[in-house]
Design a protein around this ligand. Structure first.
Ligand code: 1GP
Length: 245
């Protein structure tokens, strides 16, 4: 029970940084999964996240099954929609988009998800999801019909994260959006970090090792990279286990 979260917490308390590779079922061909996952295994990755904005029903479960053949890393669902809940994964980020004011993404989808989650063996990790403006419209913004928080409004970002913690969420995810031109800035990460007592995830637009290090130094406990590894597999070369950040 709650093994994955307990391990995250253990690393968090020991200040051991975690790294998640995000795989979007829509963007990877099943016949390339095994070679991709081998590179993930050889890298600093500690977790695999699976999710996307628009994914066909059952596609996630097929992908998870394929990933499992090649790795023992924990597979955590990061779903854009209820259809992406796949029982064969290890855990589920049970997201509430707390930066937005669309009731559907604050609580509506979560209520609808319950019928799929009755009797589930997935470890459910309540996560406050905060979208921060990065200069261009993101798919999260389009799909959810919500506005991101302005990157200049640091106080509001911090208060939103803290409200998530007060509501009992176990993780806070600061999101710049998949493929964002700029990742979340150092000052936002460190301001949020100072107030939180739960682990902080940072993702969106991270393309270099320096950006990963910057996020860690600012206080990110888990850094997520998707697009940069999807588009440029040679990036894995810089993220080999021995180069542990
Ligand atoms: C997106 O935070 C994740 O939801 C990862 O973003 O694809 O830009 O790495 P990238």
């Amino acid at each position: 029970m709650s093994k994955i979260y307990q391990n995250i917490l253990k690393s968090f308390k020991a200040n051991k940084k975690l790294f998640a590779v995000l795989i979007d079922p829509d963007k990877i061909a099943l016949n390339t999964v095994s070679s991709f996952i081998k590179m993930v295994n050889d890298s600093i990755a500690t977790h695999i996240f699976v999710g996307g904005s628009t994914v066909n029903e059952h596609e996630t479960a097929h992908l998870v099954a394929e990933i499992k053949k090649t790795t023992s890393l924990p597979i955590i669902l990061f779903p854009g929609d209820i259809t992406q809940i796949a029982e064969n994964a290890d855990a589920l980020l049970f997201l509430s988009l707390i930066s937005g004011r669309n009731p559907d993404y604050l609580i509506g989808k979560q209520v609808s998800a319950v019928r799929k989650l009755k009797g589930t063996t997935l470890e459910i990790i309540p996560t406050g999801y905060i979208l921060i403006e990065n200069g261009k419209q993101t798919s999260v913004e389009k799909v959810t019909g919500t506005k991101p928080i302005s990157r200049n409004n640091v106080e509001h970002i911090v208060n939103t994260a803290k409200a998530g913690e007060f509501l009992g969420m176990k993780l806070i995810y600061l999101e710049a959006g998949s493929g964002a031109s700029e990742p979340i800035t150092l000052n936002i990460i460190s301001a949020v970090k100072q107030e939180l007592t739960i682990p902080l995830i940072v993702g969106g637009g991270i393309k270099t090792k320096t950006q990963i290090e910057t996020a860690y130094n600012a206080g990110a406990d888990i850094v997520v990279v998707g697009t940069a590894l999807e588009e440029n597999e040679s990036f894995f070369e810089q993220l080999k286990k021995e180069s542990r950040i």
